[in-house]
Design a protein around this ligand. Structure first.
Ligand code: HEC
Ligand code: HEC
Ligand code: HEC
Length: 168
């Protein structure tokens, strides 16, 4: 009889300590992941910018690259003010396309204004021209350029923004 009670007490204590631990972990997690007040350093704009005032691309969508270059928007590099800024490189890669369709120019410059090298290299693209077997089908299936274009960057329906280098 006494042994049974000891067992029960031990079980109850174990369960209690597990739930306490779970509670502690969940509050610690929420605290860590609650967005903190962004420090005023670098004066981030708190008000929304109406999309109508932003420049548009050839398809009538917001041209985020122009918006940045014209200084209309100034995105923070990171929510963490201590994170070092990421480098920008000016390197165009041409993907030759069979047939009459213009070749694709992949420009590093505008991408590295928004993204770090590690956002693409080496998981999405091996860092070597011609090393990735990119096709339009794979892009449409969400690989390579399609990891972002059509999701967070301008849509795949805008053929000529990528196929921008006419053959003649
Ligand atoms: C948005 C994606 C993306 C980002 C971000 C990116 N790259 Fe690339 N990079 C590419 C693509 C696409 C290629 C061409 C791959 C191919 O031809 O198969 C490439 C190729 C390269 C090459 C090979 C060039 C050659 O001639 O062989 C180098 C070097 C390179 N990138 C460096 C960088 C560095 C450094 C950064 C960060 C400053 C960076 N890349 C950021 C997409 C990216
Ligand atoms: C985000 C950039 C991007 C957009 C937008 C885009 N393409 Fe492509 N496309 C590529 C790349 C990169 C390749 C690979 C080039 C190669 O063959 O090496 C390619 C290849 C192709 C090819 C060659 C054959 C194949 O399947 O690989 C065709 C045809 C093509 N695209 C048609 C289109 C059409 C039509 C549209 C618009 C509806 C379009 N693309 C929009 C990037 C793009
Ligand atoms: C990791 C995400 C990512 C990948 C992968 C990616 N892009 Fe982009 N791309 C962006 C973002 C973000 C922008 C800027 C926002 C916009 O224009 O919609 C952009 C802009 C562009 C622009 C506009 C440049 C300008 O000067 O206006 C071109 C062209 C382009 N991408 C082509 C490509 C091609 C071709 C590939 C594949 C070889 C590719 N991108 C892969 C995220 C990506």
């Amino acid at each position: 009889m006494a042994i049974k009670w000891i067992h029960r007490t031990v079980l109850v204590i174990t369960l209690l300590s597990f739930s306490l631990l779970a509670f502690y972990l969940s509050t610690a997690y929420t605290q860590q992941n609650t967005p903190q007040e962004v420090p005023q350093q670098g004066a981030p704009q708190q008000h929304a910018i109406p999309l109508q005032i932003l420049p548009k691309d050839n398809a009538g969508n917001v041209d985020w690259v122009k918006s940045l270059n014209q200084g209309i928007i100034k995105p923070l590099e990171s929510l963490d003010p201590n994170k070092p800024s990421t480098p920008v490189i000016d390197l165009d890669i041409v993907f030759k396309v069979k047939g009459d369709l213009p070749d694709v120019v992949y420009p590093h410059y505008p991408h590295t204004q928004w993204l770090a090298c590690s956002n693409c290299h080496p998981k999405i693209f091996i860092m070597q021209a011609g090393a990735n077997k990119v096709t339009m089908k794979k892009i449409e299936e969400g690989q390579f350029c399609g990891r972002c274009h059509g999701i967070v960057a301008f849509p795949l329906s805008n053929c000529t923004r990528c196929h921008s280098k006419p053959k003649r």
